[in-house]
Design a protein around this ligand. Structure first.
Ligand code: NDP
Ligand code: MG
Length: 464
């Protein structure tokens, strides 16, 4: 075991890594094993992906993993998946992780830090496939780096598309990057569009996309009950097990609003040809209605390992440890229209999309800040959509249209500061760098550091 210098730069860490032989490549000259870069490795999407990599060691290898602050979680990822390189967005967490690796005698793992470190992993030459599982706009910069590098991107991070859809379409067209949706609804639509379909193109002979929604935990509640809902009630999704932010988004149905915009960009369809249908059983994950009147649906148990496995193996198929549907138990499938009065989030998403790119950044920023404030007990459940509504009316019209990624990040940051002040939160609480939305800024991102040289220094784990 060779100890590394205490504080090499990200660049020096990467140089060391480039010199290290990849045993998987050596054993497979034809490179049948694909190197996965897992962004958001410590989260719910991260764990589902790790399960699939573990189930298919002959097809995939965890090459790189990234998270924000969760050192213990990243240690579990390293023990389970043995990546060559990891990155923590928080420099302090990267330092702490390096120290833990040395203390535990775990070698062979390079540790990078900061947004720069994450972007490096996402665009590294050895990365074959990027799983974008970071929550919130915090994931945008690494999705962008992967897109610019022409990678295959398995996209869960819907907020990146909501905030920068038009720009991502362009950068993927320039680089040849491939987007494979793993958000379950979008993956379902992608499956129903057939093997020849590619994202960002208008599908042929399609009348409508039907985006299903579970309706969340408050589907049958009154407006008064919903507005007074507690955190415990909001994060208890009836069908899916997910991270906290998306669980609250499902409860407000903002998740469906964000997915509506996501579907608009991914499938190049106008919003009015994408219909939201509430389907409480979450068995049909979405549908495509063709011009000949045929409607194709994708069905499955509500388990994210199915859409992720589909995208990992695409254009082939591979097994996933998801449960099979039990047709004896499935006596009926139900469908309803979403109620705009009890769930105003869907209408807000439409308004934002009609108003333009700046308004969708505003929709997302207001929602991230308000959800974080709700989870911290600072505002009520009903105040989440009130804050989004207020921001769309008052703040979005004042912002210039974004032309670049840096513009998107700058607009997002400015909106967060306004929102923090409006909601009476400390400014740091509104940073986009926390788990989901605003939980603890680290200064590891923002427009000033995007793609810039010399990311924050992290120490390095011992080399085996
Ligand atoms: P989780 O909260 O479970 O995990 C979030 C992950 O993002 C963690 O690894 C976290 O790291 C990381 N992260 C948070 N902030 C940052 C940051 N600033 N820099 C780097 N990493 C960061 O979320 P989910 O897995 O539930 O969701 C992830 C994304 O996937 C979301 O966009 C969600 O909408 C989407 N999605 C999720 C589904 C699900 O079933 N969970 C289904 C469909 C879409 P750390 O642990 O260190 O904080
Ligand atoms: Mg979804």
């Amino acid at each position: 075991m060779t100890a590394q210098p205490a504080h090499p730069t990200n660049a020096a860490n990467l140089a060391n890594l480039a010199n290290a032989a990849n045993p998987a490549d050596a054993a497979n000259p034809a490179k049948q094993i694909r190197n996965v870069c897992l962004l958001g490795a410590t989260g719910s999407i991260g764990q589902s992906t790790l399960d699939l990599i573990a189930a298919h060691p002959q097809r995939f290898r965890l090459y790189a993993a990234a998270a924000h602050t969760d050192v213990e979680g990243m240690l579990r990822v390293i023990t389970q998946g043995r990546p060559s390189v990891v990155a923590m967005a928080s420099p302090d967490a990267a330092q702490a992780l390096s120290a833990r690796l040395v203390a535990q005698g775990i070698g062979g793992v390079t540790v990078l830090s900061g947004t720069d470190g994450l972007n490096t992993l996402a665009s590294a030459a050895d990365t074959d496939m990027v799983v974008a599982g970071i929550v919130g706009i915090a994931g945008l910069s690494s999705v962008w780096a992967a897109a610019k590098a022409g990678k295959t991107i398995l996209l869960a991070n819907k907020e990146a598309v909501v905030c920068a859809g038009a720009l991502l379409v362009k950068v993927c067209a320039q680089s040849g990057a491939t987007i494979l949706p793993i958000d379950s609804e979008h993956n379902a639509i992608f499956q129903c569009l057939g093997l020849q379909y590619r994202c960002f193109t208008r599908p042929l002979e399609v009348r409508r996309l039907l985006l299903t929604a579970s309706g969340g935990p408050f589907r049958t509640w009154s407006v008064q009950q919903i507005r007074a809902a507690t955190v415990a009630q909001a994060i208890k999704h009836p069908n899916w097990s997910m991270g906290q932010k998306i669980s609250v988004d499902s409860a407000t149905m903002m998740n469906k609003g964000l997915e509506w915009i996501e579907a608009h960009w991914l499938f190049a369809m106008p919003m009015d040809r994408i219909q939201i249908v509430v389907h409480p059983e979450s068995i049909i994950h979405s549908m495509v209605e063709y011009s000949d009147g045929s409607t194709l649906a994708q069905l499955g148990a509500p388990d994210m390992r199915t859409p992720i496995a589909h995208a990992m193996a695409w254009p082939d198929r591979m097994s996933a440890p998801s449960p099979a549907l039990d047709w004896a138990q499935l006596s009926a499938l139900h469908f309803e229209q979403p109620d705009p009065e009890r769930f105003p989030a869907i209408g807000l998403a439409r308004q934002a999309m009609q108003a333009g790119a700046c308004a969708t950044i505003c929709l997302n920023a207001a929602n991230e800040v308000a959800v974080a404030a709700f989870l911290q007990g600072a505002i009520s459940f009903g105040a989440i959509t009130d804050a989004v509504d207020d921001s769309l009316q008052k703040l979005a019209p004042q912002m210039p249209a974004p032309q670049t990624l840096e513009d998107v990040m700058a607009i997002d940051q400015e909106l967060r500061l306004h929102l923090a002040a409006t909601l009476g939160l400390p400014a740091g609480a509104a940073s986009g760098q926390g788990r989901g939305a605003g939980g603890g800024a680290t200064g590891s991102g923002g427009p000033g550091t995007l793609g810039g040289p010399g990311g924050t220094v992290a120490s390095i784990g011992a080399q085996a």
